[in-house]
Design a protein around this ligand. Structure first.
Ligand code: ZN
Length: 215
């Protein structure tokens, strides 16, 4: 396994995957998407970290994702829900996002002679997002192989890890500080520890506290 493409967003999970991939493949590239997210600062973080890691990053614009459906990550008029209702995913779910990202990533990968795709999705802390589940990844892998007659392998190093274990992985990879200080996971686009109040910050900080206690 020599070359891999990392689906990158500048957040905690995909940044951990970026450095995981650096350790597992000879040559890596990253791909990120401007899909109409509220906070383009995420892409600035992605550029900065990929630059530091000497990983070539290609950014593409996907104009339609924020137009065909509405969610609080792309629609400024919607409030980010602070608590997740138990009968449906939270309004931060961008329907179809991982499928689209991985599909575009696969097309780009084939054009560049790359078969390995790396994504930071996981189902331990998946927040009710259906496209973070292993079943979906296995299914999409098969579909991509069939659709492009190419032997892709989608790698999901975080699939079964909770947030505290992801912090542990960051530490094992020697990038704990980069991830703690420079990544953006917050739904309000605040780097590092974030706003502390949105569901994404709560999940990240709870994981961090659990990890620090286990040290
Ligand atoms: Zn936040």
């Amino acid at each position: 396994m020599s070359k891999a493409l990392v689906v990158y967003s500048g957040g905690q999970d995909s940044t951990t995957c970026l450095f995981w991939a650096k350790n597992h493949f000879k040559e890596i590239q990253a791909i990120a998407f401007d899909y109409g997210q509220r906070h383009l600062v995420e892409l600035s973080a992605a550029k900065q970290i990929a630059g530091q890691a000497s990983v070539p990053l290609s950014i593409f614009k996907i104009n339609l994702l924020s137009e065909v459906s509405h969610n609080s990550l792309t629609d400024n008029t919607m409030e980010v829900e602070s608590d997740q209702p138990d009968y449906r995913p939270p309004n931060t779910l961008v329907e179809g996002r991982n499928m689209l990202f991985l599909t575009y990533a696969a097309i780009f990968a084939k054009a560049n002679g790359i078969k390995n795709l790396v994504t930071g999705v996981g189902q331990a802390d998946y927040s009710g997002y259906p496209d973070c589940r292993n079943e979906f990844i296995l299914s999409l892998n098969q579909t991509l192989n069939l659709s492009m007659d190419y032997k892709y392998q989608i790698h999901t190093p975080l699939m079964w890890l909770d947030k505290s274990e992801i912090w542990q992985m960051a530490n094992d990879l020697g990038v704990f500080d980069i991830i703690k200080d420079q990544t953006i996971t917050c739904y309000h686009g605040i780097a590092g520890d974030g706003c502390g109040k949105c569901p994404s910050c709560k999940l990240r900080n709870r994981g961090l506290q659990k990890y620090l206690k286990s040290k």
